[in-house]
Write a protein of this length. Structure first.
Length: 285
């Protein structure tokens, strides 16, 4: 009996050892906004694929805890990179310092915050905060990693936009502007970077079940909400991985997300009509 248990232990141990030895090292992935939601799920999925991780967010402790748990679970190297992308100069400096002398396989530019409310009733400071984090922060993060990718002559840059970057919705005007801006930014970069072998992709998640909506700024309370299909963050993480592996220019996540973007692009007036009558109006402030 003891002998059988011992043999079983040896088999399990050898299988684990073999699995870890056979795991290819895929290189380093930088993920911004990695401590929660989509970024966190993406970090776990890339770690499971054998990527080493460089994880950026503002909260240092949460990043450290996440890194420790992913490193021990997936046997990869994980470096926390505490930084605020809304402070573009400082974020660029930190990213460059963290990449010095290292090779980078993939950068996922994902950090973002939300802002809800009628545009004219929204504080300018809240609007600037969304522009700085989602747009300036994304451009700065890309600016910081691109010299490394260009020097290597390969790698992937993936920007996390949104289905409401494909077709904007009311009461999210500033947010939608940042997400639509990312699409234009990516279109230009894709062609600029083609001669250097760098892939530029955009992933557009539909509504995803993350702490995003609890953390976003509400210029006025959102008293009424329509129920919309919601995806798990792991589905978006898979879309990001697919975007990298297949060097896709754009991935819109989920069938409802694709349908929403399709109607918005091909039937803009119908889309206006549907949004006008379906998105609940907020109460007056
Ligand atoms: N959830 C959705 O329904 C949805 C749909 C479409 C697109 N998206 C987009 O997907 C991305 C991720 O969203 P999520 O749902 O995963 O949000 P989330 O759960 O709120 O996570 C946001 C992440 O970004 C980090 N972050 C926020 N501001 C930052 C800053 N100034 N500098 C550095 N890191 C910052 C947060 O960590 P710290 O607070 O510690 O910095 C956190 O790790 C965003 O760009 C969002 O616009 C989300």
């Amino acid at each position: 009996m003891v002998n059988r248990k011992f043999r079983l232990c040896i088999i399990v141990f050898s299988r684990e050892l073999l699995k870890n030895c056979m795991k290819r090292n895929e290189g380093l992935v930088l993920i911004t906004g990695a401590s929660e939601g989509i970024g966190r799920a993406t970090a776990a999925l890339f770690a499971a694929q054998g990527f080493d991780l460089l994880l950026l967010a503002r909260g240092k402790e949460r990043l450290q805890e996440l890194c420790a748990s992913l490193a021990s679970e997936f046997h990869v190297a994980c470096t926390p990179l505490p930084a605020d992308v809304a402070d573009a100069e400082e974020a660029m400096r930190r990213i460059r310092a963290a990449l010095a002398g290292r090779r980078l396989a993939v950068a996922v530019i994902n950090a973002g915050i939300g802002l809800y409310g009628p545009y004219v009733d929204t504080d300018w400071t809240d609007i600037v905060s969304v522009l700085r984090t989602n747009f300036e922060g994304a451009l700065a993060s890309a600016r910081a990693v691109l010299p490394t990718l260009r020097e290597q002559g390969h790698g992937s840059l993936v920007l996390v936009s949104s289905t409401i970057g494909k077709r904007a919705i009311p009461y999210n005007a500033a947010y939608c502007a940042t997400k639509q801006g990312m699409l234009g930014f990516a279109d230009a970069l894709r062609i600029e970077l083609k001669p250097f072998g760098i892939h530029v992709g955009v992933v557009c998640p539909a509504r995803t079940d993350t702490p995003f909506f609890d953390r976003m700024t509400y210029a006025v309370p959102q008293t009424a909400r329509r129920s919309v299909p919601t995806n798990p963050p792991e589905l978006v993480a898979k879309a990001i991985l697919r975007c990298v592996r297949l060097r896709r220019r754009e991935v819109v996540v989920s069938i409802p997300g694709k349908l929403f973007a399709f109607v918005g692009y091909h039937f803009p007036r119908l889309s206006d009509f549907l949004l006008y009558y379906n998105v609940p109006r907020p109460d007056k402030p």
